[in-house]
Structures are given as C-alpha cells and as structure tokens.
Design a protein around this ligand. Structure first.
Ligand code: SF4
Ligand code: SF4
Length: 396
C-alpha cells in the first residue's frame, strides 16, 4: 500500500481508503454482515488504514459492522472518519445524542475525524445557528473526537466560504475525472490544499458510472498506450494529484479490495503521462455525450414514499442513451419490469417506475447533486415508458 503524509497532522494515510456507504447487501438491502466484515478485514490486512462511515449509512448498520470488523485491537491501528448527520439536526443538544450513539455503534472511545455531513449553504447556516463549532470543540476537549472536518456538496463559492470559516483538519469532496468542474471543482481542491487542509475524495467512480463505461469509452481504453481497467483509469487520475490525501472506495468484496489495493500499490503523484491525460480527456468527452442525468446512485433521496426507485430509473436511462439494436431493446425490456402500479411496488426493495412519481418533492432537498428529481423522472418516463426520442426530450 502507498501512504500519503497529511502534512498538517503528520499522519500517514493509505492512498486508498475504505468507504462504508455501499457495503455488500443481501435480502431487502440489509447489510450482508459476514461478507462486509470479511471485506473490511481484507482491507486492513492489505494496509488500508482510513475507514469512512456516517450515521445515516445503511440506517446505522454501517457504523455497527465497521465497529465489529475493527474489533480485537485493530481499531487502534486505523483512522475512523464518521459524520454528524446535519439532515437530522434540529437542536444543539442533538449533537451529544448522535455522537454518543455513534461511539456506541462503533464500539470505540473516540473518532479520529468527525465531519459535518454533507455541508451545503443551508446546512452551514444551520451549523452556525446551532453553535456546532462549539460542540465540536467541546467533544474534542473531552477526547471523544480528535479532528474536525466536513464533507461537502454545493458550489465552489460555498466551498471557499466554508473552508475560510474554520481551521479544518479534513475536507471530503466529490471529485473524479468527469466532475472537475462540478461542486468543489478543481479550483476548490487547490484552494483547500493551499490552506493545508487534507482532502479525501469521494465518488471517485461517480457512483460506479466510471467502472462500467459505455462501448465507446471501452474502445478508447483499449486503444490507449497504457493498459488499465476502467476503475484504474479513474483512480490513477486522482492519485496523480498531489492535493488528494486519500481516495475513498466503497468495496463490496475481498476480491474487489485486492484489486483496488493493487491499483493503489502502483499509484503515485505525477505518474500519468501526457498520453494518459489525452486518453482521459477523450473519455470525458465520450461520457459527456452519454450522461443525461448526473445521478451518482448515492441513494440519499431514498426511500420515495411512493416507491419510485429513483437511482435505478436514472441509471436505466443513462445506460439506454445511444444504445439501439438488441441492447437497447433489452434495456427497454428491463425497464418494463419496474412496477407501474402503486399496489405492485415491492415494499422491501422499492422498484417503482418513474411514472409513479407524484411530484411531492420530498426527495429534492436530499439530493447532493441538486438534481430536479421529479422533472428528470418525467423525462425518464417519456423516453423509457412512452417511447419518445431522447433528442426530443433532452435538449442538450
Ligand atoms: S417527488 Fe417523486 S420521486 Fe421524489 S419523493 Fe416525491 S414521488 Fe418520490
Ligand atoms: S438522485 Fe440524487 S440523491 Fe438520488 S441517488 Fe441520484 S444523486 Fe443520489
């Protein structure tokens, strides 16, 4: 494993870190505990020393499973990042309740990096109004947390404002070769680095989209001078940058951990050649033509009270874009398997089609990508459900 030194703290953090937002699941999306524990332990064995979770991931099961996997003395050798659920904060005192629950779930006395989860302008205003910097400082004095940071989903001006507001020990941003101009952007990454704030990168594969490229992107990778899998292209792009402290990856099996650790092992700042960067530029323009809805499948918008499977509807549309022939037909057939009547929706694992959206708006504020979900679902229904042409529905 390659390690990167956090200049400000003197810590050595693995270039690849473990994101526990998408643990392996079994029936009804419950965490497959046995497999998840085995996956996390494989990560420890191969040198990963930074583990990221949050109060809301898997409805609390992420913290519990992580705590269990890091038992038997392992915990003291690794760093844990956990997050205060800003979406659930109503009053200042909620801070103590959440932190206490999180320490208990994790089975630990302290959290290394405690982050305000999903800061945007609205949640930053809430943080100030509830006096949460003071609560963080108190928890730090009591030894319950060691460092204070934030994860971020908003625009560059908001990112700069938040960076300037506090002497942070960590910022977690969404970044990948497609999103260099989105959210914190490349400029924000440099801005944080200039202030010596270590940056952990999430969504390096854009919700899995970069791991499963369309045929045109695969052709570009095949003809590149340097042979890499789609996942490796995405990760090496990030590790190439000196401003990136670590790259989070939600790994679903020990085999995936092994594979990703192999990529991390041959990573390094500045190792991509000019020809590699040209390949990435070609990939960016190919993907840009394919993506109709910028959903990262984070599932923060779920559940929908009417049973719409929001991320799967968007994924289906993005996959279908530009695919004709048998593959296009197969995708349409798969789309027809979504439930189109409320009484037919699978209650355990909602599988409702876009047409079931009532435009209630419950999901909209939860989306870190600021997607107008009801509007985009209407378009999904027009294309996938009613056979309209993409070019007529999406003016790009
Ligand atoms: S707006 Fe549509 S998709 Fe969103 S929660 Fe309401 S019904 Fe569900
Ligand atoms: S629509 Fe937004 S919140 Fe829902 S899965 Fe996609 S990116 Fe996440």
């Amino acid at each position: 494993m390659q390690y990167r030194v956090l200049e400000k703290l003197g810590y050595k953090i693995s270039a690849l870190s473990f994101g526990a937002m998408r643990l392996p699941t079994s029936f009804a999306l419950a965490v497959d505990k046995k497999k998840a524990v085995a996956t996390i332990r494989k990560a420890v064995e191969l040198g990963i020393n930074y583990f990221d979770t949050a109060y809301i991931y898997h409805l609390g099961a992420s913290e519990k499973v992580l705590g269990e996997a890091l038992g038997n003395g392992v915990r003291k050798n690794v760093y844990i990042a956990d997050k205060l659920p800003m979406i659930l904060m109503r009053k200042t005192e909620d801070f103590d309740r959440f932190l206490e629950t999180q320490l208990e779930r994790l089975g630990t006395d302290y959290i290394d990096f405690y982050l305000f989860h999903n800061l945007n302008q609205g949640y930053f205003d809430k943080l100030l109004a509830l006096g949460l910097f003071e609560k963080m400082e108190q928890a730090k004095k009591r030894g319950l947390i060691r460092h204070i940071g934030f994860s971020f989903h908003d625009t560059l001006p908001v990112f700069k404002k938040i960076v300037d507001a506090y002497p942070w020990d960590l910022a977690q941003i969404q970044y990948n070769y497609l999103d260099t101009a989105m959210q914190a952007t490349t400029e924000g990454l440099h801005y944080a680095a200039k202030k010596k704030i270590p940056v952990a990168v999430m969504e390096g594969l854009k919700g899995g989209m970069l791991a499963d490229p369309p045929k045109e992107a695969k052709d570009i990778m095949r003809s590149a001078a340097s042979k890499k899998t789609p996942v490796e292209w995405a990760f090496q792009f990030l590790w190439n940058l000196p401003e990136v402290a670590t790259v989070l990856s939600g790994m679903g099996s020990p085999a995936m951990v092994e594979e990703n650790c192999g990529y991390a092992e041959r990573s390094g700042v500045g190792i991509l050649s000019g020809s590699d960067m040209e390949t990435i530029e070609k990939l960016v323009s190919t993907y840009r033509k394919k993506i109709l809805v910028d959903c990262t499948a984070c599932r923060y918008c779920m559940p929908c009270p009417y049973g719409v499977n929001i991320p799967d509807n968007f994924a289906m549309l993005n996959n279908a874009n530009g695919r004709g022939g048998i593959i296009g037909w197969l995708l349409l057939r798969r789309y027809k398997k979504f439930a189109v009547r409320p009484d037919k929706v699978n209650k355990e694992d909602p599988d409702g089609a876009a047409s079931l959206c009532t435009k209630c708006g419950v999901c909209v504020k939860k989306c870190p990508q600021s997607i107008n979900i009801p509007e985009e679902l209407t378009r999904v229904d027009m294309v996938m459900g009613r056979g309209k042409r993409i070019s007529d529905v999406f003016q790009r």
